[in-house]
Design a protein around this ligand. Structure first.
Ligand code: UDP
Length: 480
């Protein structure tokens, strides 16, 4: 569906293939538009002796009259018609995928939870289908609660959770509150979203279970809550990003562009010249398209916060007219900041000792990568389930400070935002102020979670054990 889905799914396949108590052969099915980004990584895995490969299906852009590389990511869709075409294109992959499966004869399909036709396909082939959830147990529990119990006030406490989590209606994704309600009361986008959400939930019930990119120690109460309330089998097997152990894997994760090698060398030198914990890393994932006004405020906030920064500006926001005058020259000349236009090696940057904080949109992968690196966060959720993720970071784990965004935005819309440079600088400084007790405590908690994350995937750790029991169970199913 998007890099935020593909990257962890590929990591998960690699983790399955690496598991050392059961021999697993992993085959990753990717479209022709996305397979090239992962080829070099998978080739390296093969050379290391892991039984893993990529098979390719063709994204039907031409059949739907779409530009050739439209199918790279859901972020290509900028209106409802395009969004529905994307969904349609995904459904057209069913037959080519079935053909591949009939050749390969797998024992189990692990599929993005939104690709719901894999349930019928698995049933046809007589094998289990596992739904892969892109986010963790906390946001899944919030989502489940809000589809079932409609809030009767605003703000409201999310009903039935282990903690009192306060949210506003404007922070809830479109379609969620519409679930189970009368479609006439909602607009076309909300109705489309509602049907996607309801369909995914229905197909999840028909699945063998769900695999979640999370680890028990991150959200123990919610691992239990989700399993109990939803009553479904769920295995937590993450953080899957930790299967990227060497620098090449980390640098190429999600983008095998050889040209990046020189840039990475420069990046490492730039970071190494800074004080430990002094740099703010700023990235808003792969889906957000900012308005020029909001981008300008980010530039003002970063320049005025007094900390060195690395700011990833997505290629689709590369129109420079919004930059304050002389911004780039100033930050370059003074060594204060680095703008990366396009793709950044996020995992590599985050783990650098000079990086002291992460200004993030709270995509689940980014959140986990911040946790793995042990970096406190400045949270700026924008879309999807990011507002729930923010609550986990700021209210439950207490490893971050919010910039104060209140308005959920559709992925097809430009995010207009009204966060001022002043607010951004204030939140950044609250996290980066090494002398302040609150900041020190956050940093300590983040570091402790990082240790737990690493332990979870090692032999005997919670995620290792959960993956092991999943694989043992699948072996039993195979014998039946
Ligand atoms: N990412 C990256 N470099 C970039 C932008 C994104 O490596 O320049 C990766 C990031 O590490 C994460 C994924 O892309 O693994 C984005 O997923 P996330 O859930 O954080 O956000 P989304 O893009 O789905 O909103």
């Amino acid at each position: 569906m998007a890099p935020g889905h593909m990257i962890p799914l590929v990591d998960m396949a690699r983790q399955f293939a690496r598991h050392d108590t059961v021999t697993v052969k992993a085959t990753i099915i990717l479209s022709n538009l996305n397979a090239p980004q992962f080829r070099a990584t998978i080739e390296r895995d093969k050379q290391q002796g892991f039984d893993i490969s990529i098979r390719q299906v063709t994204f039907p852009s031409a059949q739907l009259g779409l530009p050739e590389d439209f199918g790279r990511s859901l972020s290509s869709a900028t209106n409802l018609v395009e969004l529905m075409k994307f969904v349609k294109a995904i459904s057209m992959l069913k037959q080519p995928v079935e053909d591949l499966l009939r050749e390969d004869r797998p024992d189990c399909i692990v599929s993005d939870f939104l690709i719901t036709w894999t349930v019928d396909l698995a049933a046809k082939l007589g094998i289990p289908r596992l739904a892969f959830h892109v986010c963790g147990f906390f946001p899944l529990s919030v989502h489940h609660s809000l589809t079932k119990h409609k809030p009767d006030s605003d703000p409201f406490v999310v009903p039935g959770l282990p903690d009192a989590v306060m949210m506003t209606r404007r922070q809830v994704p479109d379609g969620v509150l519409a679930c189970g309600e009368n479609a006439e009361d909602y607009d076309d986008y909300e109705v489309a979203a509602k049907s996607i959400v309801e369909n995914a939930a229905e197909k999840e019930v028909a699945s063998f279970g769900v695999v979640v990119n999370s680890f028990k120690e991150l959200e123990p109460a919610y691992v239990e809550h989700y399993r109990r309330i939803i009553g479904r089998k769920a295995w937590q097997v993450g953080p899957v990003a930790l299967c990227n152990k060497d620098t090449v894997d980390k640098a190429q994760r999600g983008n095998n562009d050889d040209d990046n090698n020189n840039n990475n060398y420069y990046l490492d030198n730039w970071l190494s010249a800074k004080e430990p914990n002094s740099v703010v890393y700023v990235c808003f994932g792969t889906m957000t398209l900012f308005s020029a006004t909001q981008l300008r405020e980010i530039a003002i906030g970063l320049e005025s916060c007094g900390q060195p920064f690395i700011w990833v500006v997505p290629a689709n926001n590369d129109d420079q007219e919004w930059l304050p005058e002389g911004f780039e020259e100033r930050i370059n000349n003074e060594g204060k900041g680095l703008m990366i236009k396009g793709w950044a090696p996020q995992v590599l940057i985050l783990e650098h000792e000079s990086v002291g904080g992460f200004l993030t949109h709270c995509g689940w992968n980014s959140l986990l990568e911040g946790v793995i690196a042990g970096k406190p966060m400045i949270t700026w959720p924008i879309s999807a389930e990011q507002f729930s993720n923010e609550k986990l970071v700021t209210d439950i784990l207490k490893i971050g400070v919010s910039v104060g965004n209140l308005e959920w935005t559709r992925t097809i819309d430009v995010y207009k935002g009204s966060i001022t440079g002043k607010n951004i600088a204030k939140a950044v400084n609250k996290v980066m102020d090494v002398g302040a007790e609150e900041a020190m405590e956050m940093r300590k908690r983040a570091k402790a979670l990082s240790d737990e994350a690493k332990k979870a995937v090692q032999r005997g750790g919670s995620s290792y054990n959960d993956l092991d029991s999943l694989l043992q169970e699948l072996m039993q199913v195979k014998k039946m």
